[in-house]
Structure formats: structure tokens, C-alpha cells
Design a protein around this ligand. Sequence first.
Ligand code: ADP
Ligand code: MG
Length: 703
Amino acid sequence: MEFDKARDIFGMYVFDRRAMKERLPQHIFNDLLASIEGGQKLDSALADMVASAMKEWALSKGATHWTHWFHPRTELTAEKHMSFMSKDETGMPIESFKGKELIQSEPDASSLPSGGIRSTFEARGYSAWDPSSPAFIMMSKKGGTLCIPSVFISYDGTPLDLKTPLLKAVDAVETRAMRILKLFGNRGLKWAHVTVGAEQEYFLIDNAVAKDRLDLRYCGRTILGCPPPKGQQMEDHYFGSIPSRVLAFMEDVERDLYRLGVVITTRHNEVAPCQFEFAPQFADANLACDQNQQIMDVMRKMAKRHDFALLLHEKPFAGLNGSGKHVNFSIMDSEGRNLLKPSTNHRKNIQFLTFLSALLLGFGKYYGLIRASIASPGNMHRLGGNEAPPAIMSAYLGSAITGILEAVEKGLPNDLPAQALIDLGMNKLPSIMADNSDRNRTAPLAFTGNKFEFRAPGAPQSIAGPLTMLLAAWAWGIDRVADMIEAKGSDVDILEAALDAIKYAAAESRAIRFEGNAYSAEWQQEAKKRGLKIANSTQEALALYLVPEHRELLASLGIMSEREVVAYYEVRLEQYIKTVSIEMGIMRAMLWEGILPAISRQILLEQGALSSLPEEMIKESVLWKKSVANLVSIKNGLIAASEKLDAMLAKIHELEIDEQSRMISEEALPLYVHIRSLSDRAETLIAKDIWPYPTYTRLLNIS
Ligand code: ADP
Ligand code: MG
């Protein structure tokens, strides 16, 4: 069979620099690059030229429409397609796309969540081109749509999306990184960019089986169902041979992504049966965020073509590993140096430790915001499971870095700091790190040798939310560290001044650093002893946005005003309430449509069999009758629970949002657990041909 070669199709649907250069006069191309790199607004003449070139390029690829493509607070992307085609005054068809349309669009997005900001301020929303991420064509069966990556803001400038705060947080870190780089005497560096690579875990289920489950179709997870007798105990799936049907899906996804300029560098089986992972090549933070959305989008579409149900939910199956999104991040300078990579050069190593400890300092102070950013109705089933990071925020550094921080903290000889660090093995760090097979990544935040990995975000989440909070904390940490270094004055050697700041950061971040097994019960105890604030429920975690200190941080960095933080909190709280309410409704439907009638059928079957027996045998069948009675009691229990569910569903709409959230957390969730346990017991007592839904064993089997 013939396949398109990756090289030939790479980036063919991206209006990247190569396409721009081909289609724009040299001076226009230069002006555009200058404005992209300098973050300046395009003037209207330039915008018209760029729009026209973009349109011609898109038409040549078969596109018929364009859209501003933005990231509302639904964790998904939004698009409203506009046709290139119109009629001129003589009725002749013309294809047009103006500079002002490229720069700004006004989707009527009044139904997207804003946390009440738009209705309060009556400000309309508009989307604006973000030229730091290139336009691309989303191909469809019969054409294509030119997508213009955009931010979405209200007319008073309030962000209504996830992207605007991310861009501000990225900028906050990047400008501050330059500050540190200058202190270390790096001359001639033009920029420092936050780099990000988000590993994406997911499940694939045969759609012919999955479609018979209401919960998978509407909730993306099983809300009822017994774990299978053979799950992941044998550890025979992880890194195993990829089933050919899945591999075909992966190859098609990868090829579509090549066309969009996205490289998937790794693909493999994950721990649970039917669980897999893709990891892309890392990119600048903003682009990585867009590319992760593109990856999920291509996966969704491709899964349909391959007759798979794609599950991006954080915990599709009880008793099996859930799916996360590991957000790897670092900073790269304009000479291509990774600033979190240890070096053989002593000065560079102190600089590396400065960046690292600035992150720890920020994380130690603002971990609550980071906890809030990963709180979601799906993630609550995953966090704290045995496979996923716990709900307690901590950082893992590995023994090499921990050893160095401890030594710095204890104090190096005043006269000889540089030599003392060399004695600690600082200049051997790269080889130590490379040999360091210590991959105990049970902590939410782990240093992985040349970058940090944040493992707590849920698989379906946009990385923008968590990344914004991590970067805000880092920006704050960098400022503290830079202030301390500067306060020493220019007479003091930078290395000495930096070591003092590192010492301070190491001491301040001690409570959130943990090298042991973060899944263990001891850590729960230890974390409490250390006085770490622990938010176990989604409701508690989301409330951490509202802590005055947290709101002040985001406002002071210009990432979100205090009012915007409250609005953001409300959007996420509403999502939580709505998701659980929908699940409650689906659970009710599954009970009455399938499970309760199935119990009756089983009872009838048993009763029929029993009554066909001779009198004395019926008398002897004590255990058998008991098992029928057991089914009756399960059925009665389920009906009683379902009535409570109904009462709750009827009442919840009348409550204020905080009361709704309390009801969900304190009443609905425990009821859920109760119903599930009854239903799962019934599942083990009912005949295969009577049980109404595909079981885990059938679902988790791709042939
Ligand atoms: P690991 O096996 O330690 O998880 P990998 O090398 O497989 O690490 O990388 C995992 C993800 O991290 C990939 O998406 C990769 O592109 C990304 N990554 C690697 N280096 C960096 C970096 N410097 N900045 C951001 N992401 C990175
Ligand atoms: Mg990883």
C-alpha cells in the first residue's frame, strides 16, 4: 500500500513561515515577522496584504471557509465558520477575506460561559488574531476551514477565554527569565521562551460495544459497572505490542497531525487495558496549547472513522488507571539552551539552580492555585487513586538535586562557595542526571532531569488553565529571587548572591518537597504534619481560587483581575455542578431502563425454576431462595435510592450556586457511590443474557 510520506505532507495545512515567505513580498514578510516577534499590532494595510495571501493559500488547498478559532472556558475550542464566498453588486461570485476580518471577529458567543461577566457589564465579546500561533486549515470531507488562532475578550478588555490569561502568564515568566539571564551576564540573548510538551493519555473502546452504554455516550465514563476479573493486575498491557487496529488509528492520527505541523514523537500502550498515550514534540507554550487541542480534535474525528469510542475522561473505569495529561515544561533561550538543563559549566549550573529554586519557591507559596487549576468533576475520580498523583501538591526533585539543595541550605563555607559546589558534584550533574534511573514520579510535580513534569491535569483538560497557574507561581518566584540577588548590590559576586537566594528558596519550599512515595498513607500523615493545605474535594479545591492572596497574585502579574478570577471560579464550579447533575440523570435512566427490569427478569427466572421443583426440593433450597431475596432487597434499595436522586434533581435547580455545589458534594456524590455498589452487586448476580449493558470484560477487549 502507498502512504503519504511524513516529510512530503509535513505542515502542508499550516500557514507557517515557509508559506508566508512564499506568498508575501519580502518587505511585507519582514514587517509581519517583526510585528509577530515584537508582539505589535498589524497596521491595516499590512493586515490586508497578509489576509489576501492567507486567503489565496487557503483556497489553493481547497478551503471554503474561515473562522477565528479560540479557547472558551469549556476546555474545548470554538469556531464559527464564515464563507470566503460572496456576491458582488452585479451578482458575480467573489472570494474575499479582509485584513480587518483577519485581525478581529465578532462571534455571537453569548452562550459560552463567562461567569456572569458579560451580562453584568453588557460587554460584547470579540475574538482577535494571535499571530504567535500560525493559522491552519482544518480539513473536512468536502473542503476545509481556515482557522485563525485567536483570543476571546469582551469589549472592556476582560478575557473570556483560557488563552488570554495563558499568554499573559507566559509573558510574565519570559520577561522575568530575561531579568535573571541578564543578572548572570548573558549578553546578546534576544528572548527566553516557555517550552511545553503535553503527553496525552486516552482509552479506545470498540464503538460497536460502547454505543450500548448510555454512560459512555453521554458522560464519557462508566458510572456503573464491576471491575473485570482480569484488569491490569498482570501488567501485560503497558508498553506491550499495540493492537493492529489501534496502530492503524494512531498512524492515521499522526499523518493528519503531520499535515498540521504537529509531530507525535512517542506512542505506546499505557497501563490499563485499552489505554494508550501520544506524546508530541514540545513547542512554545502557546503553540503547544493549540497543538494539544488539535491532537484531541484529530483523535476524536479519527476515532469515529475507525469505529472506536475515544475516551478522554480522567477515570472511565473504576478499578483501572485513569488518564492524565502530563504537562512537561521548561524555558529555552534564544540560543537554544534549555534553562532547566544542568550543565558542566559551574556558572550555568548556578543559573539552572536559580530557575529551579524560583519555581519551587513559587510552587511552595501558591500550590493552592495549582491545585484549583486541576480540580474537575472527572479528575476527582482520578486524583488520589493509586495510579495518579494525590490531591496533595508536592514536588519531587530526585536525590541529586535534593542533595545539592540540602547542602546549600546547610550553608556552604562562606569563602569558598564555588569550590564547595564542585565538591558536591555540581559539575558532574549532567552525567549524574543521565544515570539517574530514579523515576519515582508519584508527586504531582516532578523534575525529570531537564524539565518539570506536572502530572495532575486531567486528560480532557486544556493545558492552558494549569499552565497559567504554574507560570504565575514561577513568575512570582523569579521576581523574589531576582530581587534578592539585586539587593546584594553589584559589588557582590552574582554566584554568591544567587546561592543565597537559592538557599532561601530551598528552605522556604521544604514543606512541599517530598522524595518518598506520594501515593502512600504515610505521605498523607506527613503532609498534615507539615501543615500543607489539602483540598480533597473538587468544591474545596475550586474555592482556592478565591483565597485573597491567590487573587492578588494573578492581579499583580496582570494575568487576571480579581473580578475575573471570581468569574473563572464560577465557570468551573458550574461545570462541576452541571456535569454531576447530568451524570445523576444518566444514572437514573440506566437504572430504570435497564437495571431494575433486569433484576425483575432474573427474579422471575429463579422463581420459575424454583416453582418447577418438587415440594421437598423447594423446601431444601434455602440458599437459593436467599439469593432471590437478595435480589429483591437490592431492587428495593435501588428504588429507594432512585427516589432520593429524583428529589435531589428536582430541588437542585432552585438553589443558589454555592448551595448546589454543597448538595452535589455532600449528598449526590455519596448517593452515587451507594447506587453504584448496589448495582454492581446486582451485576454479579444476573445472567449474562439478562444484564442490559456491556460489562467491563466486553468493553475492554479490542480484537
Ligand atoms: P519522559 O520520558 O521523561 O516523560 P520524554 O522525553 O518522553 O520524557 O518527554 C515527554 C514529553 O516532554 C514530550 O512531549 C517532550 O516533547 C517533552 N519535553 C522534552 N523536553 C522538553 C522541554 N525542554 N520543554 C518542554 N517539554 C519537553
Ligand atoms: Mg513523562
